[in-house]
Design a protein around this ligand. Structure first.
Ligand code: NAP
Length: 257
């Protein structure tokens, strides 16, 4: 008799931020690995396009508009996804955005908006999903954090604060959920080539990169691809029961000189 029931063969997954970058790559990989996947983001048409492509390859997928800054929107996304695919067994919280202001130049509404997405948004999601997982005695929650928690970067103060808060929430949940069968995991990517930061003007981007060099935060020029982070997220949620990957930091490998 195994100490833990193995994962069931069918594990519906919710992925937020699935219209771009790490979320889109994660939805794609989980679907390819046979998980039914619900894709959510504000640009729902992009989620629908990706879902159609995945469905052509035989995946069981569902797309629904989602704004993690709006509690009602999160409730509707979770309810519609559960109705379409069944109770979620996997949740990946990947929705997020970052602006490039210095803390003292950022107005407080803008500061709060970033916390709303990265921190309160993740809480909206887990508060909708985790109670059902606890009742089922199993589930995997991946909260996408950032290596800024270990090494803060200038011009990202609200983002750094939000990701620190997110990891604090995750660590608390890990204690609260110990023994329930629900695993909360932090995946902490380093620099990844996605849509994030692509809306900054060239001058801001240049200044941000100069700051990274100045503070020793750009030791080589290689970025992760979103698929690299997705592979780690899939490995975390597919880790056999009995093991809990609580924190995984993912960094781009440098090429030899
Ligand atoms: N790129 C990096 O270097 C890096 C490094 C460490 C951590 N991360 C984290 O990785 C996660 C994914 O970001 P990414 O790099 O893949 O960037 P991305 O390509 O810009 O994707 C971000 C996703 O989040 C969604 N999103 C933003 N605000 C949302 C909201 N209010 N409600 C619902 N969805 C929302 C976006 O969709 P819509 O605009 O359609 O809503 C998009 O699908 C974020 O949590 C980010 O902090 C990224």
């Amino acid at each position: 008799m195994p100490r833990f029931e193995p994962h069931p063969s069918r594990r519906p997954a919710l992925v937020t931020g699935a219209s771009s970058g790490i979320g889109a790559a994660t939805a794609t990989l989980l679907a390819a690995r046979g998980h039914p996947v619900a894709l959510g983001a504000r640009r729902v048409e992009r989620c629908r396009e990706l879902a159609e492509t995945l469905a052509k390859d035989g995946a069981e997928v569902f797309a629904h508009v989602l704004d993690v800054a709006d509690s009602g929107s999160v409730e509707r996304f979770v309810a519609a996804s559960a109705a379409a695919l069944g109770a979620p067994e996997i949740v990946v919280s990947g929705a997020g955005d970052v602006s490039a202001e210095r803390v003292h130049e950022l107005d407080s509404a803008g500061f709060a908006a970033q916390l709303q997405v990265h921190l309160v948004g993740a809480h909206r999601l887990v508060s909708q999903v985790v109670p059902g997982m606890v009742r089922n005695g199993r589930g995997d929650v991946v909260l996408v954090s950032s290596d800024v928690v270990r090494a803060p970067r200038p011009r990202m103060g609200a983002y750094v604060a939000a990701k620190n808060g997110l990891e604090g929430m995750a660590r608390t949940m890990q204690m609260e959920l110990e023994g329930t069968g629900v695993r909360v995991s932090i995946v902490r990517p380093g620099p990844t080539m996605t849509g994030m930061g692509m809306d900054w003007d060239p001058q801001t981007t240049g200044e941000v990169l100069e700051d990274w060099v100045r503070w020793g935060l750009a030791r080589h020029p290689y970025f992760l691809k979103p698929e690299n982070v997705a592979a780690v997220i899939a490995a975390v949620v597919e880790t056999p029961r009995g093991t809990h990957l609580t924190l995984v930091e993912v960094q781009p490998e440098a090429r030899s000189r």
